[in-house]
Design a protein around this ligand. Structure first.
Ligand SMILES: Cc1ncc(COP(=O)(O)O)c(C=O)c1O
Length: 477
């Protein structure tokens, strides 16, 4: 194996590049600055989700088509962020736009079921080798509902979540996302660290944290909580700390351990599903979970969520116990231990707009034959960026799993969150602004990654590599 030399980054030079690029960003985007100032008077931090904010201010966008997006000053970007990975279908795919126009003209919400919902459920069943499907409106709802189903099914209350994994913003899982080093506890027994204020202390006891890619530590944790664990929830590829794939055999062992301990295995496929493969991580790694959570790309850009899974587990979903069978609510819930009626609810669940969007996205855009090209483009982008890193001896490596990838600005391979803490944030930040100022838009954080869509092309990949090369050359001096 060739060992590539890595050089020490000249910090003064890097700081100068970073400052110059931020100044150029401000100079190119005055309208976004102005809108952000106004927004801050109407919305905390000036945004609708705290993930959308970054310093000095986020770009405000006005238009997007295909692989391109335009900001409020009319600057055009090749979009590699793709809405935090929502858009494997690209922006406003013509087939999607047409289907949605038809749908908008004919009612967007009935709260009565529609045939498109049945067809979409059938499509997801086939892709994920699942028996049954339920829809929700976001990834957060999908994981929240899947966890409740798992608790109802097992009659247990605790869940196991991996450090550095993100599963949305409900109390059970908004813990140990990126815990500070001084409070995260030992690797063998990570502390459950709340990622937000406002979380009841009592909730923390229900979520047990395990390190990713350490199957034998997981085995020990399951032994310590024998008979208590309702579910193990895992991002099959940790895509919220850059790109951290499972070590060979890790997911298989997690599957085995879940079965052995009677816990429901939940794959959080919100980022992987229908993106890294036609049948998501379930197909890509050949490991079958009991439940899989989906959102983002399955809707082609329209809000949607879903969870799919094994008949025996999904059949826990019943009518609303209190209302439809008075007296069998609480007594028959997990609190009494044993019975298995779970309510799964939501006004917008299965709404005609989301169902039409999902159906056209999956049956006409992200079809099986779309994936080889997505993978080839992504592999080329990774290889091109890796050549640049090697040529200029920069500390970092390029990595992708299917059409999602990034540069991890750290010389050693990251296998879990604790390695990720060592990432060179200054290098990442300078690269973000350098690329954005030259029309290459990446996600505004080192924890996210680029996502390619069926509407990207080879020239755009080469442009990305060329601009990254200019950045690396300048950093290397
Ligand atoms: C793996 C994973 N699960 C769940 C979620 C939550 O999805 P949403 O933001 O749609 O609630 C996200 C969001 O980024 C995610 O990356």
């Amino acid at each position: 194996m060739t060992v590539v030399q890595r050089r020490e980054v000249n910090r003064d030079r890097l700081r100068q590049i970073g400052e110059r690029e931020q100044a150029s960003y401000r100079q190119r985007t005055p309208r976004s600055a102005e809108l952000h100032e106004r927004a801050r008077r109407a919305l905390p931090l000036g945004v609708a989700s705290s993930f959308q904010t970054y310093d000095p201010y986020p770009l405000f966008m006005t238009d997007a088509r295909g692989s391109r997006i335009w900001d409020a000053d009319g600057n055009e970007y090749i979009d590699f962020d793709m809405a935090f990975g929502v858009l494997a279908a690209g922006h406003s795919h013509p087939l999607l736009a047409e289907a949605l126009q038809r749908r908008v003209a004919n009612g967007t919400c009935y709260t009565f079921p529609v045939e498109d919902g049945v067809k979409l459920a059938e499509e997801l069943k086939e892709r994920f080798r699942a028996d049954l499907v339920r829809f929700s409106n976001s990834g957060t709802e999908a994981t929240m509902d899947a966890i409740r189903v798992a608790r109802g099914y097992t009659g247990r209350e605790k869940i196991i979540k991996f450090e550095g994994g993100y599963h949305g913003h409900h109390d059970d899982v908004l813990v140990s996302i990126q815990p500070p080093r001084d409070v995260m506890g030992p690797l063998e027994q990570p502390t459950t660290v709340p990622a937000t204020a406002g979380m009841p202390r009592s909730r923390l006891a229900e979520t047990v944290i395990a390190p990713f890619n350490e199957p034998e530590i997981l085995a020990g944790i399951l032994e310590a909580h024998h008979g208590e664990v309702a579910a193990i929830i895992v991002e099959p590829v940790q895509f919220n700390i850059g790109v951290v794939p499972p070590r060979p055999g890790f997911l298989e062992r997690v599957r085995e351990l879940a079965t052995q301990h009677g816990a429901v295995l939940i794959f959080d496929e919100v980022k992987t599903g229908v993106v890294i493969a036609y049948g998501g991580a379930t197909e890509y790694f050949g490991v079958q979970p009991d439940l899989a959570c989906l959102a983002k790309s399955i809707g082609g850009g329209i809000p949607i969520g879903a969870f799919v899974g094994r008949e025996e587990v999904m059949r826990s979903i019943e009518r609303v116990p209190e209302r439809d069978a008075p007296g069998v609510g609480i007594e028959h819930s997990t609190l009494a231990g044993g019975a298995t009626r779970v309510a799964h609810l939501g006004t917008f669940n299965g709404n005609p707009l989301s169902m039409a969007a999902g159906l056209v996205t999956l049956t006409q855009i992200l079809t099986r034959d779309a994936y080889p090209r997505l993978h080839a483009m992504a592999d080329r982008l990774t290889a091109g960026c890796q050549e640049v890193l090697d040529e200029f001896e920069l500390p970092g490596y390029a990595i992708n799993v299917g059409p999602k990838g990034c540069i991890m600005f750290t010389p050693a391979r990251v296998t879990n969150y604790r390695d990720f803490i060592g990432l060179d944030a200054e290098l990442w930040e300078a690269s973000f602004f350098f690329l954005a100022n030259r029309g290459i838009l990446l996600p505004p954080g080192p924890d996210d990654q680029w996502t390619l869509s069926v509407q990207h092309n080879d020239d755009e990949i080469e442009r990305h590599i060329a601009v990254f090369r200019d950045f690396a050359a300048e950093v290397a001096g």
